[in-house]
Design a protein around this ligand. Structure first.
Ligand code: 4AD
Ligand code: MG
Length: 466
């Protein structure tokens, strides 16, 4: 039997050290140093916390010569010992080793994770080993804390988590290009020169990976009241930016009996809750990000907490942008989709606060957004934050059957394909609203990481999959 039952995680030890207690720790060596006095100091990290535990091996430990010379960064070990107050100044406690066993060696000539500073680009080639580094370990823990906080927030507000499908036959949501999913033999088809017959495909029709769980979320909201989804979504857009992934995670709440005001209130409370959770639960990780990644991370979070979000219509924003005296790469006119440079200017320069833009032109937004009385704009809202731009996109949904149908036709979509979606309006329809938070953009915002590829464990981007 393994010693797992006796094992303590380093996070537990550092949080409440029990001096003199017999302790078993398992983890990976970060560094080893041998002193002239004949002691070996081995820094061990087990992923549970930012901090390492220092194990001290005395020269007279019988296994010293057989084991200590084989300890290199990356070596996995199981250590048994006694926890004592540390002699050195760097840490409060250390482990006096009674026994140290090597579980797996790591050849220093071949181990790609060195002690020296490695670039994020370099580490992307080692996505399977980069969580051994301080940065990626910290990111993984912060990501987890944020994910747990998402559930906590909605659970407290009595929202029900629904699991929406990843494979869908909804052919057009207007949220970007979809990845088609097929079991047809493409090589054989190409050879035959015949067009594919999707009646013979797995589902008997063309299907794709979902770009959003919203439409199914609406169905559940119109039975259960308040719901949310939290899962991966897929977009086959050829965007090579620091803010786009082909596979990313999205949180999509949907509320029945709600309008755009309610939607904005929820978005603001939600973002504030998430920022507070990280400040409370990941102080060591945040301190590290401040030191090594981005000096302004605390100000960013405090900026979210300190300000009521500015509310502004798209039309007002366009006027601000045109009058602001700034030259943009993409000129602004009423009717154009705002670029990240415009979004960032509004939140970073014009208002120095998070901004919620509402009432966008209908032609640049999805078919399901409620049309305003002006006939030109829709009840959309995007939440813009410094450094990122759009972090949340949402809307009050169109609940009038005729208007929805007209909007779909106007956008070249066939209402017959979404007949079930019309049922939600035909039978007991109610005003409802929701939004989507890009989970990686949130992790990026919180950590200060410049590239979205570094805040998801295994990033998928155009031409990039490992
Ligand atoms: O604005 P989007 O496209 O909205 C929707 O998908 C709606 N169905 C949401 C809803 O109302 N339920 O996407 C929502 C958010 C964006 O604000 C952005 O943060 C993120 O998802 N996002 C991406 N994140 C990473 N990579 C991409 N390619 C992304 N596209 C959108
Ligand atoms: Mg959007």
């Amino acid at each position: 039997m393994s010693q797992r039952q006796n094992r303590l995680k380093i996070a537990e030890i550092l949080a409440s050290p029990r001096l003199e207690a017999k302790t078993v720790v398992m983890g990976w060596v970060r560094t080893k140093r041998e002193s002239k006095a004949g002691l070996a100091f081995v820094e061990i990290n087990d992923g549970s916390s930012f901090g390492n535990l220092q194990a001290v091996v005395a020269r007279d430990w019988p296994g010293y010569d057989a084991v200590v010379p084989r300890l290199y960064p990356g070596t996995s070990v199981s250590v048994r010992g006694r926890l004592v107050a540390s002699q050195g100044g760097k840490q409060a406690v250390e482990l006096q080793v009674d026994a140290l066993e090597i579980l797996g060696e790591a050849d220093p000539a071949r181990y790609p994770i060195g002690k020296q500073k490695m670039s994020y680009e370099y580490l992307r080639d080692y996505a399977h080993l980069r969580p051994r580094t301080n940065t990626f370990g910290a990111l993984a823990r912060v990501r987890d804390v944020l994910a747990q906080a998402v559930h906590e927030f909605f659970h407290d507000r009595k929202f029900i988590w629904v699991h929406t499908p990843l494979i869908t036959a909804n052919d057009a949501e207007g949220a970007g290009k979809a990845f088609q999913v097929t079991t047809l033999d493409l090589a054989a088809l190409a050879k035959s020169g015949k067009p594919p017959d999707f009646a013979l495909d797995f589902f008997g029709k063309p299907v794709n990976l979902t770009v959003s769980g919203q439409l199914e979320g609406e169905a559940y909201a119109l039975s259960l009241g308040d719901v949310y989804t939290f899962g991966p979504t897929f977009r086959a857009e050829n965007s090579h930016t620091s803010r786009h992934l082909a596979e990313f995670w999205m949180v999509e709440p949907e509320m029945a009996f709600a309008d755009l005001e309610d939607d904005m209130e929820l978005a603001e409370s939600f973002l504030k809750f998430l920022c507070r959770a990280v400040l409370e639960k990941c102080p060591r990780e945040m301190e590290f990000f401040r030191e090594r990644v981005e000096p302004t991370v605390f100000e960013r979070l405090e900026g979210i907490l300190a300000h009521p979000f500015v509310h502004l219509t798209y039309t007002e924003a366009v006027e601000r942008l045109k009058a602001g005296g700034e030259t943009f790469q993409f000129p602004v006119e009423w009717g154009v989709d705002l670029q990240s440079e415009h979004e960032r200017w509004l939140t970073e320069k014009a208002f120095k606060a998070p901004v919620i833009l509402t009432d966008y032109p209908k032609d640049i937004k999805a078919f399901y957004m409620k049309v305003n009385d002006d006939g030109k704009t829709v009840r959309a809202m995007d939440v813009l934050v410094p450094h990122i731009g759009e972090i949340i996109g949402g809307a009050q949904r169109e609940d009038r059957v005729e208007v929805l149908e007209a909007r779909m036709r106007e956008m070249g979509l066939d209402p017959a394909h979404l007949d079930w979606y019309f049922d939600l309006r035909r039978f007991g329809g109610v005003p409802h609203a929701g939004f989507g938070l890009g989970f990686e953009r949130l992790v990026q915002f919180v950590s200060g990481m410049a590239n979205i590829r570094d805040v998801i464990p295994f990033p998928r981007t155009p031409g990039g999959i490992r």
